[in-house]
Design a binder for this molecule. Structure first.
Ligand SMILES: Cc1cc2nc3c(=O)[nH]c(=O)nc-3n(C[C@H](O)[C@H](O)[C@H](O)COP(=O)(O)O)c2cc1C
Length: 279
């Protein structure tokens, strides 16, 4: 069982989420508290999952809203040890992918509807060929996955998203035998948190940076960014972890990506190879 400090009241959860300097009036109920408790888990116990875990998580995922009810996603459940090991390597060798008893790979899937559509004469299915369809499927897939993650967390499981899989889209598409018009968007590693694992609620930007009223207004962003630097710095220090300031981390994460040679920054080319016309 995870030994994370039990933070249960809404006031505590809001304080952990934003730091002591920010105050927000948040309505209290069990669902809001559950959502505010979220923290990624990156170390898993070998404990097997209940047999109905995948069906439960998929039911939660499928309950999510879907643009025009098109349901343009699929998910591949990996539980085989050797298969997960290979995918851990593709996911930048992140060990928790190996460790987690379940690794879900979420697929943007425009293929199934092309197969299922009853096409009247004179109609050509070209609505899947646009960049708009890729945006649509990414939105639907993320909504579905987040429902699954929240459901998993409510069952005492831990989860972490794995976007690093997009560094090896070609290899993963081949391995999973994806048809054209399907690509892997991200993974989620799921399992019981490792024994004794301590996890912490990672603070977020002050709401002033993220919320606007009637019109976008960037005037509060600089100050909110500086305040967040301090809050997140205190969060890392409390855990004895050396970490650059968040605004510096932004530059590291977003700087010179064109020189990285990472496949995800050639996404247009990769998706076109996988059959997406991207008009
Ligand atoms: C789409 C997506 C991809 C992510 N990919 C990774 C990843 O490859 N490796 C990792 O350790 N965390 C990954 N994360 C987790 C984030 O780092 C994490 O959500 C963020 O730092 C906030 O921490 P929290 O989830 O504990 O609140 C990803 C999150 C999202 C939403």
């Amino acid at each position: 069982m995870s030994q994370s400090k039990k933070i249960e009241t809404l006031a505590e959860l809001v304080r952990e989420r934003y730091g002591p300097d920010q105050q927000y009036d948040v309505l209290d109920n069990a669902v809001v508290r559950h959502i505010l408790k979220h923290r990624s888990v990156r170390s898993f116990a070998p404990t097997p999952l209940p047999a109905n875990t995948v069906q439960t998580l998929v039911a939660a995922a499928q309950a999510g809203s879907s643009s025009s009810n098109l349901q343009v996603w699929s998910v591949v459940a990996l539980q085989d040890v050797a298969h997960k090991k290979q995918h851990a390597i593709w996911a930048k060798d992140q060990d928790f992918v190996r460790q987690a008893p379940l690794f879900l790979i979420w697929l943007a899937d425009l293929s199934r509807n092309r197969l299922l559509a009853q096409v009247p004469e004179g109609v050509r299915i070209d609505g899947t060929d646009y960049l708009e369809s890729v945006v649509l499927t990414a939105v639907d897939t993320a909504i579905a996955a987040q429902n699954a993650v929240l459901a998993a967390e409510s069952l005492g499981l831990g989860a972490v998203y794995v976007g690093a899989i997009r560094s090896h889209i070609r290899a993963i598409a081949k391995d999973l035998r994806l048809p054209p018009y399907v690509f892997p968007l991200f993974g989620t590693a799921i399992g019981y948190p490792a024994d004794g694992l301590v996890t912490h609620i990672r603070p977020r930007l002050p709401q002033a940076a993220a919320v606007h009223h009637e019109h976008y207004d960037a005037s509060a962003q600089k100050q909110a960014g500086q305040s967040y630097d301090q809050t997140l710095d205190a969060f890392w220090k409390k855990q004895g972890i050396e970490h650059p300031l968040w605004t510096r981390h932004l530059a590291t994460r977003l700087g010179n990506v064109s020189q990285s040679g990472d496949e995800r920054y050639a996404l247009r080319e990769v998706l076109q190879e996988l059959g997406f016309p991207l008009r």
